[in-house]
Structure formats: C-alpha cells, structure tokens
Design a protein around this ligand. Structure first.
Ligand code: NAG
Ligand code: NAG
Ligand code: NAG
Ligand code: NAG
Ligand code: NAG
Length: 251
C-alpha cells in the first residue's frame, strides 16, 4: 500500500496497476508539460488529471474515449490545459508557470491493459535577485531577494560568522540577507556568492580603507570641539577683564 516516492524511471507495477511518482522542478514563467503513462490511444478508456494546489479545491480534467467527452470539475486556472486534443495526447501543459502552480498533479489512465498512474510533485523555482552594498566602510550586506527555495549565501574571503537572516513571504519566496564585517585591513575586495537551484550569481565590492567603527572620527571631532570651547572661554574672560579695567579706569 506504500506508494514509491521519487522513483524516476522504473514504474512500480502491481497486477494491472502501475504507479510512478516523480518530483519535478520548474522555473517560474516557463512552460511545463507533465506526461501521462505511455499507453496506446486505441486501448485507452479514460484519462483523468487531478490537480491539487494549495488553498484551492482540487480540480479534475477528464476525457472519456467511448463518448469522446471532456469534463472539468472545479478547474479555474486557464494556464493549465490539455497539451492538444486529449484523444490524441493526454499530457497536461502548464504555463506560464506561477508560484500558485506548486502542488500535486496525477494522471490516471484506464485502458484495456490496466490502470496506470503518474503522479508529479511540482515545485516552482523562483530565481532570487542578488544585491551587494556597503552598510559601513568595512561591512558588506548581500541580499538574495524573493527566491524560492531560499538561496545560500557564501563569502570570499570565506566567512562563517556573518549575521544571516531569512525573511519569508506569504507567497512562498524567501529573502536571505547576510551582513559581514572585515576588520583585517589587508582585505580590500569581497565577493558574495548566492547559490540557487536556478543558477549561481556572484557580485564583488571594494571595502573602504577607513576603520569599521566610528570611534576615531568622533573622537577627533570632540577634541576640536573641546579646543574651540576652551578658546572661546579664554577670549571671553580676557574681553571681560579688559572691559572691567576700562570701567574702573574711567571712574
Ligand atoms: C468543488 O469545490 C467545492 C469547494 O469550492 C467542493 O465543495 C466540492 O466538493 C468540489 N467538487 C469536487 C467534485 O471536487
Ligand atoms: C513574493 O512576495 C514578495 C514580497 O511580498 C515580492 O517581493 C515578490 O515579488 C513576490 N514574488 C512573486 C513571484 O510573486
Ligand atoms: C597584512 O599583510 C602584511 C604584508 O603582506 C602582513 O605582514 C600582515 O601580517 C597582514 N596582516 C594581517 C592582519 O593579516
Ligand atoms: C552552484 O553552487 C553550488 C554550491 O556553491 C554548487 O554545488 C553548484 O554546482 C553550483 N551550480 C552551478 C550551476 O554552478
Ligand atoms: C570611511 O572611510 C572614509 C574614507 O576612507 C573615511 O573618511 C571615514 O572616516 C570612514 N568612516 C568610518 C565610519 O569609518
């Protein structure tokens, strides 16, 4: 009674029933075709696609050979269609693929040779947008925005103590943000690599030579302020003293 998971080529056949279970990944905005088990059109009695998507009632598309009839139950997405006339080709076409097409698709063919199933677990991939910028002089921030599944960020020179956060969106995409500081002044350029099932991307950026912390410039600023204030006080005291002397002299 246990269904095989992700068995790719060899269908599992019991007496007159064959099951195949496949995981497929499809990049968003492309076209996808899901195939039914291979059977002769002459022996087919009926073909049924059952489509189970998140947050939707399951949809059924069925074709009967004897009456040459197609039926649809609860199917609302017009991007999911028969590839061509179901009496010729029972396959299903999805496109352009959207995130909402994540789910389970099962083709059941009943024929004079038996019943054949092919179930697909369709995973929609979304390539992330990768950005890299400096937040402070020697701190770089790399983002892989709205990817599905989450991208993996790594740095060159290699680091594993960076501050990495993952932000999940309601639509199933993930933004990964990695923030890293390089105190070693010998490191002048850093590279961020975002690896993802849809392809890897690398960006590089030059670090500023300035110190990573802002202690030094603000200390200078305080010293200058202190000197200026002290000078003002001294000048005021001298002016006041001279003024006082003048008043005293004029009496
Ligand atoms: C169609 O969807 C409704 C809910 O929207 C559900 O109650 C009904 O059972 C579905 N019909 C079939 C045949 O799946
Ligand atoms: C998913 O949601 C995020 C944030 O709400 C948005 O930036 C992104 O474009 C969405 N992606 C898709 C494919 O709808
Ligand atoms: C930086 O480079 C110099 C010369 O190559 C080396 O002597 C020094 O040890 C390096 N500093 C660090 C922190 O690696
Ligand atoms: C992407 O990067 C990962 C790990 O960094 C690697 O295993 C994979 O082969 C790379 N993929 C491509 C297409 O270069
Ligand atoms: C950043 O670098 C610039 C130029 O190298 C320097 O003038 C500035 O003080 C630095 N700022 C910080 C916060 O380190």
């Amino acid at each position: 009674s246990s269904l095989p998971r992700s068995s790719f080529i060899i269908p599992l056949c019991y007496v007159y029933v064959c099951l195949v279970n496949t995981s497929v990944s499809v990049v968003m905005d492309t076209m996808a075709v899901l195939r039914c088990p291979h059977t002769s059109p002459l022996t087919r009695i009926s073909t049924t696609w059952e489509i189970i998507l998140r947050d939707k009632p399951s949809c059924k598309k069925a074709y009967r050979s004897d009456t040459d009839e197609t039926r649809e139950i609860n199917c609302t997405d017009d991007r999911i269609t028969w590839v061509s006339r179901p009496e010729e080709n029972p396959d299903l076409q999805i496109g352009p693929v959207a995130i909402s097409h994540d789910g389970y698709y099962r083709c059941t063919i009943t024929s004079h040779d038996g019943t054949f199933w092919h179930e697909y677990h369709l995973q929609v991939l979304v390539p992330p947008e990768v950005t890299l910028f400096l937040s402070r002089n020697r701190t770089a921030v790399c983002k892989a925005i709205a990817g599905k599944p989450a991208a993996h960020i790594s740095w060159t020179p290699e680091r594993d103590d960076c501050d990495t956060v993952e932000i999940y969106s309601a639509n199933g995409t993930v933004t990964v943000q990695s923030t890293c500081a390089w105190e070693d002044p010998n490191v002048t350029t850093v590279t961020c690599s975002a690896s993802h099932l849809t392809g890897n991307k690398s960006l590089w950026i030059k670090l500023n030579p300035g110190l990573g912390t802002s202690r030094f410039p603000s200390l200078t600023f305080l010293i200058i302020l202190y000197v200026k204030l002290s000078l003002s006080v001294i000048i005021l005291v001298i002016v006041g003293f001279v003024f006082f002397q003048r008043i005293n002299d004029s009496r």
